[in-house]
Design a protein around this ligand. Structure first.
Ligand SMILES: [Zn+2]
Length: 442
């Protein structure tokens, strides 16, 4: 309920940020749970009609929940979450789509409560000046979801919290995947970036998770708060609008859906490979990059497959002498709005050097950082969260850029001229990648 108080007292600009980022009451602020289940002598932990193995218990306890008491209970082998809508102007299409998406990928069902239903625990979608959810189920309490300003994917994100999920960028392995730039975080939102000691149950860190923030979410100054350690993912971080394979696998593991399906399908262990898992119809749910009835055909890693699908112009350039160009240069630039990243990667002890021979990106505007035109941002190292932004003819012929270490990073963003009644009638850019020694490096 802390979140509620915070919203009501927040100034308008904070409300906007909250709405964009879907804050959640931090678990660390929750009161200690009473009557935690007792571990049996053999390590098993009984909760309701479920017996958790020591391993599963550790996983659930540490991964996303303070306790399995934060899981909605199962009755007669089913997870049913009752809900009411007290927000009169609720966007029902958006809510039904979000509920339907979770129901389609998990064994969890959402049941609209009848009038006069007096149960103590349910999920309430209410108006409250923001986009929030209290994490998970609490005995004797209403799990509140405040959705009047939620847009797009954020209703699904909030339901993820209501199921008990934490933010992806709080995971124990997040420091291998993102750099959190503390000075850019709105202090009121800092709890959303607190590190959590988690066990991750073999589920990999997912930049495209529904529970991952975008890179400038909760920023106080518009600069990046989250910087991808693998810069190829900077542009797609937190951009996923659907429940990913890993989101669904986590929910289905937490709520024992997979165990139920294995039993119903007459299997003693999961036949699906490469991170897949068995589903209700006994087929395998496979992560991107794999195929076959058991996910046995491995074409590429999930991450590489994400890029291929959602950021196909993103590339790594590591051959000295290679040309670095915008797609379709010079006469056939993309007409749709796109974003991509180019990483110029030099070997150890070498700097990446890029020499431009042509640069023209749309009309230069007089806004800071070329707000209403196409842009190229150049970062000189992965530790430099925000680079210099160029548009128009802002880079001269033979102008040279060098990395601080071995990586020079380009982020291209194409303003949606077509969507705004114009056309992309500029050449783009072309440059040459070379390397040079870093003095004193061995
Ligand atoms: Zn959230």
């Amino acid at each position: 309920m802390m979140a509620l108080k915070m919203v009501r007292g927040a100034p308008p600009q904070a409300l906007l940020a909250l709405c964009l980022t879907c804050c959640v009451a931090p678990l660390s602020a929750a009161p200690p749970l009473q009557g935690a289940p007792q571990r049996l002598d053999d390590g098993y932990v009984p909760v309701g009609d479920i017996l958790y193995s020591a391993e599963d218990w550790a996983c659930l306890h540490a991964k996303n929940l303070m306790s399995v008491e934060r899981l909605w209970p199962r009755t007669e082998g089913e997870v049913k979450i009752p809900y009411i809508i007290t927000y009169k102007e609720m966007n029902m299409t958006m809510l039904e789509e979000a509920i339907g998406a979770w129901e389609a990928k998990t064994c969890i069902k959402f049941l609209k409560m009848e009038e006069g239903d007096k149960r103590a625990e349910y999920l309430e979608f209410r108006a409250g000046g923001g986009c929030f959810t209290v994490t998970g189920y609490v005995e004797g309490e209403v799990t509140v979801s405040i959705v009047d300003t939620c847009k797009g994917r954020s209703v699904k994100h909030e339901i993820g919290h209501a199921l008990g999920m934490r933010h992806e960028h709080k995971r124990s392995d997040r420091d291998n995947n993102v750099i959190v730039v503390r000075e850019n975080i709105d202090p009121k939102m800092a709890s959303n970036f607190e590190f959590s000691e988690t066990i991750n149950c073999g589920i990999p860190y997912d930049y495209f998770s529904l529970m991952h923030y975008q890179d400038t979410a909760a920023s106080i100054n518009g600069k990046r708060v989250l910087v991808a350690k693998d810069p190829r993912f900077q542009d797609i971080m937190g951009e996923g609008t659907e429940i990913t394979h890993w989101n669904a696998k986590l929910a289905n593991t937490m709520y024992k859906c997979v165990d139920d399906w294995l039993e119903a399908c007459g299997q003693t262990s999961d036949p699906c490979e490469n991170g897949g898992y068995i589903q209700k119809d006994c087929s395998c749910a496979c992560p991107l990059g794999t195929s076959g009835d058991k996910c046995q055909e491995f074409a590429m890693s999930y991450r590489d497959a994400l890029l291929e699908k959602y950021s196909p112009y993103t590339s790594v350039i590591n051959t000295p002498g290679a040309e670095v160009t915008s797609p379709g240069y010079p006469n056939d630039g993309p007409q749709e709005a796109i974003r991509y990243t180019q990483v110029m990667q030099a070997p150890k002890c070498k700097k990446a050097v890029v020499t431009f021979t042509d640069f023209q990106l749309g009309e230069e505007d007089d806004m800071p950082n070329c707000k209403y035109t196409s842009t190229l941002e150049i970062r000189t190292d992965v530790s430099v969260g925000d680079g210099k932004i160029f548009c128009g003819e802002g880079i001269k012929n033979q102008q040279v850029f060098k990395s601080d270490n071995s990586e020079l990073i380009f982020h291209y963003k194409n303003y949606d001229f077509l969507g705004n009644g114009g056309e992309n009638a500029y050449r783009g850019y072309t440059a040459v990648f070379t390397t040079e020694d870093i003095p004193g490096c061995r």
